[in-house]
Design a protein around this ligand. Structure first.
Ligand code: MG
Length: 221
């Protein structure tokens, strides 16, 4: 029998992307002497990662009159951000326990391959999951079901056997997972109304890990 499947979003689900972005913004503003309002402007303009980063760095370049091309600013950001992201030890342990209990565990994330791979490796997540799928490497983004299918395959699983997805974005994660034939646990960060179809709502991925650990592999999935 196939192992039950649990896939996770990365940013603001397994790792606190917002905290890492705030650290990056503080560094960036200080190094360039951008002034006292720059950090708040950078965080607001990023809009919790909802703005494409090429657009974001176009705005940054214009606002602060920076000489570097957008590509260069964006590449420097992608090289730096993985060093500012951490994953809590309890989350790493929870993933390890889930795998030890017989689950196939993976990550499905939107973003650039270098940035997302850097985060997965530097946080220690790479050693806690069976595989991952990154939109920038695969050419297809959540909520497209194909990225969920690639993530499942990387874990030696198939969407036809069902499984669970845990993520914070109502559309990319929850609606995407449902359309891909998965069941969804929504991580509520207080920024959006509960998406229809989410079977469980948690405020911390640790609670999602506990929920999954309480399910009988092969029975509840
Ligand atoms: Mg997310």
């Amino acid at each position: 029998m196939a192992r039950p499947l649990a896939l996770f979003d990365l940013d603001n689900t397994l790792v606190d992307r917002l905290a890492a972005f705030e650290r990056w913004a503080a560094e960036f503003a200080a190094r360039r002497g951008l002034g006292p309002d720059a950090v708040a402007w950078l965080v607001r303009t990023d809009a919790d990662g909802s703005v494409p980063m090429d657009v974001f760095f176009g705005l940054v370049r214009a606002r602060f009159g920076l000489p570097e091309p957008v590509e260069e600013l964006w590449a420097a950001y992608r090289a730096r951000l993985p060093r500012l992201v951490t994953c809590r030890p309890e989350v790493l342990d929870g993933l390890a326990r889930l795998r030890a209990a017989g689950w196939a565990v993976g990550i499905v994330t939107n973003g650039m391959a270098d940035n997302q791979t850097g985060k997965i490796r530097r946080t220690g997540l790479a050693g806690r999951v069976d595989g991952w799928a990154i939109s920038g490497a695969e050419g297809v983004r959540k909520p497209d079901a194909r990225l969920f299918g690639i993530g499942a395959a990387r874990c030696g699983a198939s969407l036809t056997d069902g499984g669970w997805f845990v993520g914070d974005d109502p559309v990319k994660d929850v609606a995407g997972a449902l359309a891909a034939g998965l069941r969804a646990i929504w991580v509520d960060r207080g920024r959006a109304p509960r998406p229809p179809g989410a079977e469980h709502v948690v405020t911390d991925v640790l609670d999602a890990l506990e929920l999954l650990m309480g399910m009988r592999p092969g029975g509840a999935v």
